[in-house]
Design a protein. Sequence first.
Length: 256
Amino acid sequence: MADLAAAYKEETGIDITIAGGGATKGIREITGNQADIGGACRFKLDSSRVEASANMIPVAWDALVVVVHNSNPIDSISLVQLRELYRGKITNWSQLGGADQPLELLIRKGKISGVGYTLRQHLFEDPKASFISKHEFPSSGPLEKTVEKNPNAIAVTGIASAHKRDFKILKLEGKEPSFEKIRTGNYLLYRPLYLVHNRHSPNSRESNRFIQFALGPKGREIIRKNDVVPYFDGMLLLQKRMEHWKQFVREALAKQ
């Protein structure tokens, strides 16, 4: 978002002030008429009256990546292992082929954060599933900083912010989260990213121009440079998303 805002200012002279806080804030500050544009890494909740009126425009596909400290010898993790990790059944690095050391799973607080909500859907097909962890964080920034410092930490975060950090990104099922693997659905942990438009804001027209800029050629190029796939470059993912996860859940359950 920051790079898009900077490029938009360079082209139009319009300054866009950015504040972090996560997907829920990005949606609800728009429906509460507290901001002109929001960013979100999950869709609005059907069960939430607060989010019902949100006008969400998909702009990109993002990968969720598993991250650990740079000193960690582990290079890859499987989807089944990731599922068992969040169920609290993997608590020592030796269970993943590492040293005999306690494993510390870091998670986002609550069940409707962008990362947490997506993982619950993908790993359990249940947005209310409980994650077993003693280490909760209010946003991704502090979580990522902790992984940089803690040799026993493991977490999941978005690929764009992960590439700006000093830690190791694990392969998933032996596959790196490269642009092409995300675009084609060969890297399985992916999700849409949205801009949320406040149609009732006095700045609604300018906000819409920014959204069109993000969807246009210059915006798409900026999105690609941030290791994220422009939405219309990855339309195949809409179909693959459901096919992949239905198959995975069936296979994972059959192994238990």
